[in-house]
Ligand binder design. Structure first.
Ligand code: 4AZ
Length: 244
């Protein structure tokens, strides 16, 4: 996250850290056994034995009281990603579901003050662009940084209407209806490398609701280049059919 602040312990209890071999991604806990993330985190088709998911984490790769490392039972990419070409311009953005390994029947992550799932949105409730949203992650603190952030960062981001994000000086026709844009057209605050797969959570009726998945952008925090997020609402039917 560029231009954010250090998050307080327990501020983002749904945030997952995904270690996929060499790759690192964020993710969101949506049920005891399920983490939602970005499909491109699995671009290299990692073996499940190489993947681990850390919940309740504050510092990058450092376990603290309340954090837990879980193994993965399997993962599934949304059909349109697994069938499509991996390299595509504009980027194909889809979501991926990670099933955690059970520690007891039907149970994977135990909820606590540090570990809680995030609410999924109501598909029938359109997202008002004045809704305040935020991101959290261990991604780069500036574009081109050589490493991720040791401290979990968070930033509040306004939503940008799709019509505005689709304008030629912003992202143009790369923006499709299954994407959301959030950030500042003047730049300065944004998701960055290593934040991919992580949550864009919006405050709807006082509830933290997962509306987006960190997906792509042009650099980080640049003027007229807000971050682009996969719209979770677009994938709700698929998510619900998998998690039951
Ligand atoms: C990345 O490489 C990445 N500024 C994620 C988000 C953004 C840029 C890059 C958005 O994972």
């Amino acid at each position: 996250v560029v231009g954010g602040m250090v998050a307080l312990p327990g501020a983002h209890p749904y945030l997952a850290a995904l270690h996929l071999g060499e790759q690192f991604c964020g993710g969101s806990l949506i049920a005891s056994c399920w983490v939602l993330t970005a499909a491109h985190c699995f671009q290299h088709r990692p073996d499940i034995s190489q993947i681990s998911v850390v919940l309740g984490q504050r510092f990058y790769n450092i376990s603290t009281e309340g954090s837990v490392r879980l193994q993965v039972q399997g993962y599934e990419l949304h059909k349109s990603y697994s069938e499509g070409p991996i390299t595509h311009q504009p980027p194909l953005l889809f979501s991926a579901l990670v099933r955690l390994k059970e520690t007891a029947p039907g149970r994977c992550a135990d909820f606590s003050h540090m570990i809680l799932p995030v609410c999924l949105p109501n598909a029938r409730e359109p997202l008002n662009t004045s809704t305040p949203c935020q991101i959290a992650g261990w991604g780069h603190l500036y574009e081109g940084a050589s490493e991720v952030s040791k401290f979990l960062q968070e930033a509040r981001l306004p939503l940008i209407p799709n019509e505005q994000c689709r304008s030629p000086e912003v992202h143009g026709t790369q923006i499709t209806s299954d994407m959301l844009c959030a950030g500042y057209l003047e730049g300065g605050t944004d998701a960055c490398q290593g934040d991919s797969g992580g949550p864009l959570v919006c405050d709807e009726h006082g509830r933290a609701t997962l509306r987006g998945i960190v997906s792509w952008g042009t650099g980080c925090a640049l003027e007229n280049k807000p971050g682009v997020y996969t719209s979770v609402t677009h994938y709700l039917d698929w998510i619900q059919s998998r998690i039951g």
